[in-house]
Design a protein around this ligand. Structure first.
Ligand code: NDP
Length: 395
């Protein structure tokens, strides 16, 4: 039994806190900490009322490394689950090293002033974590996260070599708002408006933002137009899958969403650089975030399903084979269970599973790890039982 500390009390943090509190076998105590105490206390009260477990609460600015180190040293968790924003990743990793605590996150570090999704900053911590005998698990959400583990499963059990991977992500749900993002708006819009990128024949190829699309038939949802995007798991999977020839990532967007995004880009409100406004400097996308619905607030009226998976093609015993491995998740069901929509749920559940892998020793090691570097079997068994059942089909 180990203590676990969660940082971030947004949409994903809420799911992690609920599911961690429901995990009574492996977590002796759960603490939820965030920059503002009010959302933390609201969640703690909801969790006590719904699951009958009291969790501890704290206020911390994770960018204040000494303050966070002190909290970690005082509380002594076995692992920190970082579900604040990608900007905090390096500071939280620094505090974990200073306090001798294992680390887990769901999104790779991004510098605030440039939308760049790369593992290089976090991979640079390899030696320090290895030397300290501590483990850092990167990207334990759904994508990245479960998608990496799906690929590891296909590589371990189904194919001798994985040649082509298409990761396909569909939110077929409806929240009834004209425009909203399903997770942090700033991070989400930075990701979608960045140039597309995929890996083929040993090199990265770039495309204009949202310029390449195809139809894909998503189990549980149906045919949807899907757009090629760069997504961070491509970087580690291109490195870690044997014999890979091409890997791409696709996500669905509705017409109304794309129209809003186009207008917002045209008027400059998605800009991430500072602009002068009435004698002050503001970053337009941060102002936009303040105007858009809080993703957690979408949950109550969300209907429909998410459907996310990996289409993997390669060879087994000299024969060409193709598999699709996926999960379907229902927004209304996740709301019933933990008061969250399925995008937060599909991120938060794998984060808790990753932490369970670490505290039980099912996944262990000293250094910085991406999900596909570890044994997929115990993770997939746990994540399925914890609320995200998965399926494999030969195509
Ligand atoms: P939210 O914006 O809803 O929540 C972020 C939380 O972090 C808020 O509680 C915020 O506090 C807190 N926070 C921000 N800065 C700090 C800080 N300096 N110190 C302490 N707490 C801080 O985001 P989401 O819950 O939607 O997303 C959380 C993470 O999950 C993001 O990194 C996102 O990229 C990742 N994600 C990963 C996915 C995957 O499949 N791998 C999918 C979806 C999301 P405050 O309220 O004060 O701002």
């Amino acid at each position: 039994m180990s203590k676990v500390l969660i940082i971030g009390a947004g949409g994903v943090g809420g799911v992690v806190a609920h599911k961690a509190a429901m995990e009574k076998t492996h977590f002796s105590e759960v603490m939820l900490a965030s920059r503002r105490l009010a959302p933390v206390e609201k969640l703690a009260a909801e969790i006590e009322q719904m699951h009958g477990r009291k969790i501890q609460t704290a206020q911390v600015d994770a960018d204040d490394v000494p303050a966070l180190t002190k909290l970690l040293k005082d509380y002594q968790p076995k692992v920190v689950i970082n579900v604040a924003l990608p900007y905090q990743d390096l500071h939280i990793m620094d505090a974990c090293l200073a306090a001798g605590v294992d680390y887990l996150d769901t999104a790779n570090y991004e510098p605030p002033d440039v939308a760049k999704f790369e593992y290089k900053w976090q991979w640079a911590y390899q030696d320090r974590f290895a030397k300290a005998g501590r483990m850092a698990l990167l990207g334990s959400g759904f994508d990245p996260g479960v998608t990496n583990v799906f690929c590891a499963y296909v590589q371990k059990h189904l194919l001798d070599e994985v040649h082509y991977v298409d990761i396909v992500d569909c939110n077929g749900g409806s929240h009834g708002k004209a425009f909203a993002t399903n997770f942090n708006p700033e991070i989400n819009i930075r990701e979608i408006t960045a140039r597309g990128r995929y890996w083929e024949g040993g090199e990265w190829k770039e495309t204009d933002p949202l310029s390449v699309a195809r139809m894909f038939d998503y189990p549980g949802v149906g045919e949807r137009k899907s757009f090629l995007l760069y997504h961070e798991e491509l970087e580690s999977l291109a490195k870690n899958l044997k014999g890979l020839k091409r890997i791409r990532f696709w996500m669905t967007f509705g017409e109304a969403y794309l129209k809003h995004l186009e207008v917002m880009q045209n008027i400059g409100i998605t800009r991430i650089d500072e602009v002068e406004f009435e004698g002050k400097k503001i970053v337009p996308i941060k102002f936009l975030r303040a105007l858009l619905p809080d993703p957690a607030s979408l949950a109550a009226n969300y209907t429909g399903k998410t459907s996310i998976g990996c289409l993997c093609e390669g060879v087994k015993n000299g024969q060409k084979k193709r598999y699709f491995i996926y999960n379907i998740c229902d927004h209304a069901e996740t709301y019933k269970e933990v008061r969250a929509q399925a995008v937060s749920y599909t991120t938060g559940v794998p984060a808790v599973t990753g932490a369970v892998m670490m505290v039980t020793g099912a996944w262990k090691g000293a250094g910085v790890f991406n999900m596909e570097q570890l044994d997929p079997d115990p993770f997939l068994e746990d994540v399925g039982k914890r609320g995200l059942p998965w399926h494999v089909e030969e195509r």
